[in-house]
Structures are given as structure tokens and as C-alpha cells.
Design a protein around this ligand. Sequence first.
Ligand SMILES: [Zn+2]
Length: 215
Amino acid sequence: MQPKSYFIEEVYQLIKEKYPQYNDDTIVIPKIGNKPVVTFKELTITCLSIPYLKDIGKKFLRSDNINRKIRECYQLNDQKYWRTKLLNLVDLKYCPMCKKIFNKTNFSKNARKCKQCVNINSKNHYKNNKEYYLKRNSTQRKRFVERTPKWVTSKELQAIQEFYNNCPKGYHVDHIIPLNGKNVSGLHVLSNLRYLTAEENRSKSNKYIPKIEFL
Ligand SMILES: [Zn+2]
């Protein structure tokens, strides 16, 4: 089921509840010279619809000082990302891929895209790169076999399989010493396996930095 997405006007109503001191037409940026006043509603709707601070400034003909004025209005600190900040205030978040606003629960931790978009992305990625994945899997299998020493017992092979089967969600099985490392090549044995998060695994790549201990 598709989660509820929010219209800007709905978001505005939620934000308004956080600022009972303001009405729709409370003047939050006064008239300066020939520059018109800006009301709470105008400012909030604009900050929610225009992602860049300089464009917000342009819209109100006040490129100077606009950030300070906005900061004063909401009593919040931000350098430029007002949309993010205001949405965050009411536990919402914008997805740059489907361009919709959802509850924060519809995003994985630290993810920019909503869960549906992340899903579509990884599915498409697999579909468009099927050849690569199939090849990678068979290359990987071959490498595992090559790097499994003769002395490994069938009991250990079973334990290795179990280690893979028990891999917790969000983790990858990693070879502590990479099987195809630049300086050293590890073995496909139980003592060379550990669980890493996908993130840690990516940043580790095929590098192995040995710990040198002096006796
Ligand atoms: Zn999305």
C-alpha cells in the first residue's frame, strides 16, 4: 500500500500549529522601501516549495538578509535548507526522486529517497545489470572454491554455510583478509569471516591493513 503523501498546504497547517503566535497574515518580514511585506503563510509556503535559499530571496526581492529574517521567524537555525528544516519540525521529509512529502517513517535511516523509490531503484539496477550480477556471482563462487584449502573438513564447510545463512539483516558476510587482496590473499575459512554492515563493507573494499604487533 502506498503511504500517505502530504500536500504543501497540509504541511503548512501542521507547521502553523507549532507557531500559535502567528496567523496566516501575520507580517513576519516588514516592508522595506519598495519591497513588500511577507506574511507567515507566504513565507512558510515559499520555504516549503523552493529548495534554495537564494531563490527564496529572489522571490521576495530580498537576497540580502533573507536567511536571518527566516531564522528569526521560525526561531530556528539553518544556513540554507529551510524546506528540510521545516518538514523535520513536523516529522516529514521530502523525497527528491518521486518529489513527494512523506512521514519520516517512510525513509530508512539517513536515506535521501523514500522506501518505495529505493526499492524501485535497486530492482531496476538488478534488472539492468543482470549479466553483471550473474557473472559476479559465478566469479565469486569460483573464487570461494579456489580459496578453500584442502584441509577444510565437511563439518567446517557446513559451519561456513551456516555463517552465511545466519547473516543478520543489513549485514554482509565479509572476508577479514580479502580473497583477492592487493598485498595478501585470505582463505575462504570460518576464521576469516565476519559480519559487516553494507556501508562498512563498501568502505573497506579490498584493502587489508595488517595489524603489526611487536613482541
Ligand atoms: Zn520517493
